[in-house]
Design a protein. Structure first.
Length: 342
């Protein structure tokens, strides 16, 4: 059981969207009530335009909620001074910052602004925190580069280092892995995971990368149709929560693989047996060309996978003939041509 005093953030009947001339012009989500515990990493997922960025911007006070309250440490966030709030919540947006003659280290140093006096005098502790943030983000080798010299991925890491230097209890990140290649995406989420679980940071981030969110988040906020469904990633898989993301579309969520796939019309059935390590990928390739697979099917139409001297091999039993293949590509190419002839 969780203690009630480890609740850091609480949303109380919050509605988000936009006003024009003091009249609500767009309601993106309403009556949101969530609680966030200290040291959690929460992934926010949803389709484009559902309001993810608006939700995060509301949380960091870049825009006001339409209704309700967001509480942090038991206080309404709007009752906290700007300086104190900057010491509590840090934000990384998707907007690119490019100041021509500013270096990486100088931008990261701006994270200490809430703690320095009005002329920005750094203490030894401030410099130590900045150096640590640069090292944690893995950008020490580019700290003397100018911002205009950075790649998109390097710029994103620099912005995250700035928030690390801000040393806040809560880190809010809008698409932190958007400009990173695959290895760096996992490295970034590993860093965020460690900050949450080892350093007690509370991290809320939005992402379109479902595979990373499923493996690295304590909890997910699934945003769809103006509501949020929340739970551990496994809870949302078991309860079919992910199906809400693409209702009335041509995409399905596969509970077995925890991934999305196009809905397909199957024109045939084939048994696939043999080596388990080969069967999954063989079945996936067959389904791509409209053949449903399983362990039972027509004896006249089946595939047996095997390894011969360490080399994978596929035996296709098609009516009264047997064919051998040494790659999935050759197997699928044969079946595609065979279907054209029948």
């Amino acid at each position: 059981m969780h203690k009630t005093d480890d609740i850091l953030l609480e949303w109380k009947d919050v509605s988000i969207g936009y006003r024009k001339n003091n009249v609500i012009s767009s309601m993106l989500a309403e009556n949101l009530s969530m609680k966030v515990r200290t040291g959690e990493i929460i992934g926010l997922i949803g389709r484009n335009g559902c309001g993810k960025s608006t939700l995060l911007r509301t949380m960091v006070r870049l825009q006001s909620s339409l209704k309700g309250k967001i509480m942090i440490g038991g206080k309404d966030i709007n009752s906290i001074s700007r300086t104190e709030y900057a010491k509590t919540v840090g934000f990384v947006s998707t907007e690119s910052i490019s100041i021509h003659h500013m270096t990486v280290a100088e931008l990261v140093s701006l994270g200490r602004f809430p703690y320095t006096n009005w002329i920005g005098v750094f203490t030894a502790l401030d410099r130590e925190i900045v150096d640590n943030a640069i090292n944690l983000a893995g950008i020490s080798h580019i700290q003397d580069k100018y911002l205009y010299e950075l790649s998109d991925g390097e710029r994103q890491k620099t912005m995250i280092a700035r928030v690390l230097a801000q040393d806040t209890k809560v880190m809010v990140l809008d698409e932190p892995t958007a400009f990173l290649d695959l290895p760096n995406r996992y490295e970034m989420l590993r860093l965020l995971n460690e900050l949450a679980h080892q350093n007690g940071k509370t991290i809320i981030y939005s992402t379109h990368d479902l595979s990373i969110a499923l493996y690295e988040s304590d909890r997910l906020w699934l945003m769809a149709a103006g509501k949020i469904t929340e739970g551990a990633p496994e809870d949302l898989i078991i309860t079919k929560g992910f199906h809400k993301l693409f209702e009335n579309s041509d995409i399905d969520f596969n509970m077995d693989t925890a991934g999305f796939q196009l809905k397909r019309e199957f024109t045939g059935m084939m048994a696939v047996t043999g080596e388990a390590s080969l069967n999954y990928w063989t079945s996936r390739a067959l389904e791509r060309i409209g053949i449903r697979t399983g362990r039972e099917g027509s004896v006249k139409e089946s595939i047996v996978t095997d390894f011969q001297n360490g080399t994978p091999v596929w035996f296709l039993y098609l009516y009264d003939k047997t064919y051998s293949f040494y790659s999935v590509y050759d197997l699928i190419s044969f079946l595609k041509n065979y279907k054209k002839l029948t």
